[in-house]
Each structure stands twice: as C-alpha cells, then as structure tokens.
Design a protein around this ligand. Structure first.
Ligand SMILES: O=C(O)CCC(=O)C(=O)O
Length: 283
C-alpha cells in the first residue's frame, strides 16, 4: 500500500490515506479542536457576512500545538508524519506549522492556489496533511486538486488574502493548463496529503454544519530559508536567509519518541491579540 500511495503522490501531487485514524480518535480531536478554536477566537464576535472574503473561506488558527497539549499529540502523530516522510522520500521531517481550517456553514469557496510561495522555504520538499473531523463531500467544502501541477517547479504567489482570485489570473498559469480539479470526498479517519507545489481549492460549505479540519504542514529537515518574507516559523527564531530552518518553533516531527515541549516563547505569548489577517490567536 505504501508503495502505491507514494507513486500516486509522485504522479498526482496528492493522495488519500484511508482509515489512518480511528473514529474514537477523530471524535476526541474534533472536540479538542473545537475548544481550541473557541479559545483563540473568543474576542471575534463577527457574523460570517461581516468578515473579509478570505475569512469567509475559513476560520484559521495556527500553531495550535504550542498552546493545546491534546492537539500536540495529533500534530506529532507518527502515523501521519511517517506517511508524509515516506511520500516526500525523506528520513526526517520538521513541523512548519499546524492549523485549524473551519469552513463555516455558508462559508465561501477556498480560492485556487498552491502553498509553497506563502512560506519562505527555499527547497520545495514540503507537504500538508489535511485531516477532516467529519465526512467531506461536495456539500461541505471538499478539496479539489490539480493533478500533476506540482511537477512544474515554479512558485507562483496567488493572493487569496484580499478576496476572490480572478479567473484570468489562473488561466495564465502554466501549472493549470488543460487541468480541471479532481475533487475528493473523505470519511472521518481519512487523511489527504498534498505537495506544497500542488494547486488546489475547496468548494463552499453549503451544509448547515461547520466543516472542522486540522492541517499539519511539514518540511524536510535540512531545508533553508529562501527569502526575507516575514513568517512566524522563521522570524521568531531569528533564522536568516540561507540558514538552515531549525528551532524549537519548528521542531522535528519525524521520527520522534514523543511530542516536543512547548517552545520557550509560544506564539500566543509573543503575539498577543494581533489584528492581522485573523491568522493567529484571537482577533
Ligand atoms: O481547507 C481548505 O478549504 C483549504 C485548505 C488548503 O488550502 C490547504 O490546506 O493548503
């Protein structure tokens, strides 16, 4: 099976690992994820319609492992990280960050993009595990992947943060030429993995329930900082351009015996109530 999913991943840039977690675990993580998001977003009283277009795609809370011990178990789960390492073909992985992506009931689509340009990592040995806490279908924000788009080794920054991305911009991308997204339905316990260069999007949530999802982003150990674009995962540790990305805010994720300790300066201590993008604690 592992061989199959690796060749599928290499060919398509995404793959599904079915039944990786059991239903009891998913029920547990669904509960703790809900509490974590509630805590981080306690000051945000806005209705969906009052949010920016970007925020109408999902409620986003990053670096939850640093603040919530029970989610740390998930972020550093060796079954998930082990598959991610296998898919990337590397022996050791680090955490870039984790996050909740809760597409609210009525939430709009997630615009087409790939992830790598959002991260100042020079090498492109990166992968995201996308872990739904409910069944995912066309009704509640399933993801669509542009199969093979990761093979064009070129980073294109798509600005999804300022509102809907124009079709004209997407049509010009060599990565998407002749491709349509392959939408993927998932059961609780399934985990999808996508490469940092794979273009993807997600459908709106037409259902009456929020779509709770937790994602974990990993990068190959030994990767270096590629540019000076600000990012919490390198700037908190003062990692300079060209230096190896290695600190207690991006700890080893695989292989490890047990989850790491909380970083010396956890994100919610250092960045209290930031009013930026709604990415981080509170706001
Ligand atoms: O969950 C979504 O709607 C989008 C997820 C995504 O873009 C990602 O995990 O890279």
């Amino acid at each position: 099976m592992a061989e199959d999913i690796t060749s599928h991943f290499n060919e398509k840039g995404f793959v599904i690992a079915e039944n990786l977690l059991n239903l009891k675990e998913i029920e547990h993580y669904k509960h703790v994820l809900k509490l974590a998001v509630k805590s981080r977003k306690q000051l945000d009283k806005r209705q969906l319609s009052e949010k920016t277009e970007y925020e109408q795609s999902f409620i986003q809370c990053q670096n939850l492992w640093e603040d919530f011990q029970e989610l740390r178990e998930l972020t550093f789960d060796q079954r998930i990280a082990g598959i991610a390492a296998k898919l990337l073909g590397v022996k050791r992985l680090r955490i870039w960050h984790d996050q909740a992506l809760i597409k609210e009931s009525g939430g709009r689509e997630t615009d087409t993009h790939h992830d790598q340009p959002y991260w100042p990592i020079k090498e492109t040995n990166t992968i995201t595990a996308w872990i739904p806490m409910v069944s995912i279908s066309e009704h509640n924000g399933h993801m669509g992947f542009f199969s093979g788009s990761h093979k064009v080794k070129e980073k294109r920054f798509i600005n999804i943060f300022n509102g809907k991305v124009g079709q004209e911009e997407l049509e010009k991308l060599p990565q998407l030429k002749g491709l349509k997204p392959e939408y993927v339905d998932l059961k609780p316990g399934d985990v999808s993995f996508h490469h940092g260069l794979t273009f993807h999007n997600a459908k709106p949530n037409l259902s009456s329930e929020d779509r709770p999802v937790f994602t974990i982003i990993y990068f190959a150990d030994g990767s270096t900082r590629g540019n000076d674009q600000f990012h919490f995962s390198v700037d908190r540790a003062s990692i300079g351009v060209g230096e190896v990305i290695k600190s207690d805010v991006t700890p080893l994720a695989f292989p490890i015996e047990k989850p790491p300790n909380r970083p010396k300066e956890p994100i919610s201590d250092k960045f209290v109530f930031p009013k930026s993008l709604g990415l981080l604690p509170q706001d």
